[in-house]
Design a protein around this ligand. Structure first.
Ligand code: ADP
Length: 324
């Protein structure tokens, strides 16, 4: 039995691959391509990636819901092949989809879940968990009478009944309004402060940025970045200034060479920059230094796809440099 009292990494994954399909009806599709990833114990870890990147596949393999094709993974020090029960008991997953039996009350739902995990009656924390997710006053209401946000909080509560050291939230805020999102995050942050390792999958950079101390970015089944949040933010050009100027441009002026610039029309261009590194002023000064007169200016958050592209290209360039 591995030592699982306090592993350095809550989750350790090496060369993890998943191929779906491969039959006549369904050509093979590689959803995970030899992923290596460590999730440190106690962290609030963001797994960020566009739809179809492989996030749910990754989570479901760890939770024992999907079989891997190759590689190894351990959860709280338990190898998922050798000790599958211990591994899945160490993880509480809050699923993406709301699946509910409408006839149980939140209290009954939690008691049933605790029973399923074999939590003895004396050790159950039903009241405490209901209070923490703000559902104590709905404890005896039928699940079908709960709002969408309440149902989602009940899912978090269900994932916590067996007090797992790792809580995984798979895209938990889709369709949850801002006030309830905040309440959900407050509770999850409290759990994290109490020592629970939290893994959050999302395709919102802002959400990951606000909550996670470390973020891994996954794109097309590959990890393209894995860093502490401030380090990652310094590296990505997440802001964009869109210029209309008085001159037609065919090339990027030398004065702007230090920025990532995209020509978007004859007298239009966008400058991507990292707010952690560059001040808007530096961009504006460079544009003026290039002798351009600004006719119009707007600002936007860079598209997440664009950021994934940037990081994927960087990762490919590094790999090519390493192989050369
Ligand atoms: P994400 O959670 O990042 O949106 P998924 O892990 O759900 O990504 O999906 C990764 C890829 O694997 C996608 O191309 C998806 O279509 C495919 N996929 C996921 N589940 C299955 C499945 N059960 N059968 C076949 N393909 C699947």
């Amino acid at each position: 039995m591995p030592d699982n009292t306090s592993p350095k990494n809550a989750i350790e994954v090496r060369g993890l691959r998943k191929v779906y399909g491969g039959s006549k009806e369904m050509p093979p599709h590689e959803a995970l391509k030899a992923v290596d990833l460590d999730i440190p114990q106690g962290s609030f870890f963001g797994l960020l990636g566009p739809n179809g990147a492989g996030k749910s596949t990754f989570i479901n393999i760890l939770a024992g819901l999907v079989n891997k094709s190759a590689g190894s993974a351990s959860v709280w020090g338990f190898d998922i092949d050798k000790h599958p029960r211990n591994a899945s008991a160490a993880i509480g997953v809050v699923p993406q989809e709301i699946v509910f039996d409408a006839f149980f009350t939140p209290r009954e739902a939690l008691e049933l879940q605790a029973g399923m995990y074999g939590v003895p009656k004396a050790e159950r924390r039903t009241e405490e968990i209901l209070a923490a997710v703000g559902l104590l006053d709905k404890a005896d209401a039928y699940a079908r009478t709960l709002s969408g946000g309440m149902k989602r909080r009940l899912l978090v509560a269900k994932a916590m009944v067996h007090s797992p050291p790792i809580l995984v939230l798979d895209e938990p805020t889709a369709g949850v309004d801002i006030a309830l999102r905040q309440q959900l995050w407050d509770y999850v942050q409290e759990l994290n402060e109490a020592g629970v390792t939290v893994v959050l999958t999302t395709h919102y950079l802002e959400e990951a940025e606000a909550l996670c101390d470390r973020i891994a970015i996954i794109n097309k089944g590959q990890v393209v970045a894995n860093e502490e949040t401030p380090t990652l933010l310094r590296r990505i050009d997440e802001k964009e200034l869109d210029f209309v100027v008085d001159k037609a441009l065919t090339t990027v002026p030398d004065e702007l060479a230090g920025f990532r610039v995209e020509l978007t029309g004859s007298n239009r261009f966008s400058v991507h920059y990292s707010p952690e590194v560059d001040q808007v002023n530096r961009v504006l000064d460079a544009v003026r230094a290039a002798g351009l007169h600004i006719v119009d200016l707007s600002t936007s958050e860079a598209d997440l796809e664009d950021i994934f592209m940037q990081l994927t290209n960087e990762a490919a360039a590094e790999q090519a440099a390493g192989e050369a």
